[in-house]
Design a protein around this ligand. Structure first.
Ligand code: DGL
Length: 274
């Protein structure tokens, strides 16, 4: 069981930021990652469609004897967690929303938290509910920021254009004349957004703490495996990584590298049909 892979899926390559964080804390684990690039983006789709796609991705990964499933997508985590848990009641499933919400509550001294994500994530209000479940007095402001997804897919992750878009979304929230009304914490509620950390921090200023749900999810996975005694033996060598995609392998590898932070060899990527 402990040698079985951790499965992750996302609408595309964005979830590789979660895999990257997981690899940092749990390098000895085996991973299998599915990116449904053929149907990206999920963030603009209806709840019903996102749930249907998420179930198909999960069914595919379940063919690989997973020991744990990570929904490495904020959109899916926001709307499809109950459906996945219902279909697979015995599987440990971790989404990125609850770990992100917990980290935001710890980081925020004022309890005033801003969230950015895709349209579906913001519309689903899962982050709000998760934050309010921890701190019922929290003050929350949430804003969809869909252009970041397209920019990340284009490999455009810094520079004046990126800062201009960041200002377009965030100035309204953070350039408030009354400092008491300004959040002190910003949740990057989308797998693509950690790539823009530098630019976003430049725009909101250093007094605002950015919460990256990829890092906090990796810690939640580590804790769960520890608690269940399911960690792969740390004396073993580096674990393996396998990738599945529903569209062009070369494109997945090329764009995926910037998300994963290490070269992604074409021969580790397999084309699958859902
Ligand atoms: N992976 C999605 C998320 O984290 C972003 C891309 C999409 O819209 O599919 O919300």
């Amino acid at each position: 069981m402990n040698n079985n892979p951790i499965g992750l899926f996302d609408s595309g390559v964005g979830g590789l930021t979660v895999l990257r964080s997981l690899q940092e804390v749990l390098p000895q684990e085996n991973y299998i990652y599915l990116g449904d690039t053929a149907r990206l983006p999920y963030g603009t789709k209806s709840k019903e469609t996102i749930i249907r796609y998420a179930l198909q991705c999960t069914d595919k990964l379940m063919e690989h004897n997973l020991k744990l499933l990570v929904m490495a997508c904020n959109t899916v985590s926001s709307v499809a967690l109950p459906a996945l848990k219902e279909k697979y009641p015995h599987m440990d499933i971790i989404g990125v929303v609850e770990p992100g919400a917990q980290a935001a509550c710890i980081a925020s001294q004022k309890g005033h938290i801003a969230i950015i994500g895709t349209e579906s994530t913001i519309r689903g209000k899962a982050y709000e509910h998760a934050i309010l479940a921890i701190n019922k007095h929290a003050k929350i402001v949430a804003k969809p920021s869909p252009l970041f997804v397209a920019m990340a897919e284009e490999g455009l992750i810094e520079g004046p254009l990126v800062e201009g878009i960041a200002a377009h979304y965030l100035d309204e929230i953070f350039k408030n004349t009354n400092a008491a009304n300004t959040p002190d914490t910003l949740v990057l509620g989308c797998t693509h957004f950690p790539l823009f950390k530098k630019s976003i921090q430049n725009v909101v200023g250093n007094t605002v703490t950015l919460v990256d749900s990829a890092q906090t999810t990796a810690k939640a996975v580590q804790q769960l495996l520890k608690d269940k005694n399911h960690l792969r033996d740390s004396h073993d060598s580096q674990g393996s990584m396998r990738f599945l995609t529903t569209d062009d392998i070369a494109k997945f590898s090329q764009i995926g590298e910037s998300f994963l932070g290490i070269p992604l060899k074409n021969n580790t990527v397999e084309l699958v049909d859902l």
